[in-house]
Design a protein around this ligand. Structure first.
Ligand code: AMP
Ligand code: MG
Length: 305
C-alpha cells in the first residue's frame, strides 16, 4: 500500500519498523526496503523479499551521529570529518561493526556499512523507529532499482507493510561506498560523492586498487539491469529505441540530460520507461569519458554486464 507521508503515516510506519515489519522507504538515492537492523527476523525477510544472496551485506541507515556511533565499534576522526561534510547524503562508510549489529546484516563480516540518507521522510522514519534501519534497494536482486514509489515491483511491494511515497529520488543512483577500515580509504562503489570530493576532505591518498575479494554486491559484474537487453552505442539511428544525448531523431527515444548528476537522476526511470515500451534492445548513447561521469559509467557497465 503506497501512502502519502504525513505525521500519522510516518508514525505508523515507524511502529511497524520497530516491530520487525518491512517498509518501503524513500531516500535521495533509490527507494529501499527498510527493516529494523537489530531484528534478525526482519533482516532475513529483507533478503527473502529481494531474492538476494545472504552473503551480500546491507547498508545500515541512521538519523544521527549518535546512532552511527552505536552501530560502529568506533567512529574515527576521518569518518566524523566526512559525516560533517556529506551527511545527510549519498556517502556510505564501511567501519568496524559494534556488537549490537547482527551478522545477518553484514553477511558475516565484522564491518558494517553506514549512511545517513538525505530525505526528510527517511530521517523522520528512522528517528521515530528508534532503531538503526537496514535498507537495500527495493528491487529483486539483479533488477533495476526503483527511484519512485510506483517503480517498486508488485512482488516486492506485496512484502511491505507500507510504502511511503516520498516522490522521485533526487540523486537517482545508489550511494558512494567508501571503505574506511584500512589505512588508505578505498571506494568500493562509485556514486554521487566523488573520489576527488572525499580526498579533499581527508587530505590523504586513496587506495585505487580494485578490491580482491568480492565483498561488495555493488561490485558484481552484472547488477541493476532492466529486463530488456541494453547496448551502448556511439550514436542512435532513428529506428533504434533508447536513451539519446543528441536531439531525438526517432520515436521510442528518450533525450537524456548532458550534466552527469542530472543524467544519473533520471537513468533508472528512463530505463524503466523503455522496459515498459517492450522494445527488443535498449540502445544507450555513450556519455562522455570524463571523471564526472564515473558513477554513471559504473552503472551502465553493470547494466550491460
Ligand atoms: P545495495 O543495498 O544494493 O545498495 O548495496 C549495498 C552496498 O554496500 C554494496 O555495494 C555492499 O557491498 C556495500 N556494503 C555493505 N556492507 C558492506 C561491508 N561490510 N563491507 C563492504 N561493503 C559493504
Ligand atoms: Mg541494490
Amino acid at each position: 500500500m503506497i501512502v502519502k507521508p504525513t505525521a500519522e503515516t510516518i508514525a505508523e510506519a515507524a511502529q511497524f519498523l520497530h516491530d520487525g515489519k518491512l517498509i518501503g522507504m524513500p531516500t535521495e538515492t533509490v527507494y529501499g526496503i527498510a527493516a529494523n537492523a537489530l531484528n534478525e527476523g526482519a533482516v532475513r525477510a529483507t533478503f527473502e523479499a529481494k531474492g538476494r544472496p545472504s552473503q551480500n551485506p546491507l547498508i545500515v541507515h541512521v538519523a544521527s551521529l549518535e546512532q552511527a556511533a552505536q552501530v560502529a565499534r568506533e567512529f574515527p576522526a576521518r569518518a566524523i570529518a566526512l559525516a560533517d561534510e556529506f551527511w545527510p547524503g549519498p556517502l556510505t562508510m564501511v567501519l568496524h561493526k559494534s556488537a549490537s549489529v547482527p551478522l545477518t546484516v553484514t553477511a558475516g563480516l565484522e564491518t558494517v556499512a553506514i549512511r545517513m540518507p538525505d530525505h526528510p521522510v527517511a530521517l523522520q522514519l528512522i528517528q521515530e523507529s528508534r532503531v538503526p534501519v537496514s535498507a537495500p534497494s527495493a528491487n529483486r536482486f539483479m533488477s533495476l532499482s526503483p527511484t519512485s514509489a510506483q517503480m517498486i515491483a508488485p512482488e516486492i511491494a506485496s512484502r511491505l507493510a507500507m510504502v511511503l511515497d516520498g516522490g522521485s529520488c533526487h540523486v537517482g543512483i545508489e550511494s558512494t561506498v567508501l571503505d574506511l577500515t584500512e589505512d588508505s580509504p578505498r571506494i568500493l562503489r562509485p556514486g554521487a560523492i566523488s573520489k576527488e570530493q572525499i580526498a579533499a576532505v581527508l587530505k590523504v591518498g586513496m587506495n585505487d586498487e580494485p578490491q580482491a575479494e568480492r565483498r561488495s554486491p555493488g561490485m558484481y559484474p552484472k547488477h541493476y539491469a532492466p529486463a530488456t537487453p541494453v547496448e551502448i552505442v556511439s550514436r542512435l539511428e532513428p529506428e533504434q529505441a533508447g536513451l539519446i544525448l543528441d536531439t531525438s531523431n526517432g520515436p521510442n527515444q528518450i533525450e537524456m540530460p548532458l550534466v552527469a548528476g542530472e543524467y544519473a537522476r533520471v537513468l533508472y526511470r528512463s530505463l524503466f520507461d523503455m522496459d515498459q515500451m517492450r522494445v527488443k534492445t535498449i540502445y544507450v548513447q555513450s556519455p562522455p569519458q570524463t571523471s564526472e561521469w564515473n558513477a554513471v559509467w559504473d552503472r551502465l557497465q553493470k547494466i550491460v554486464g
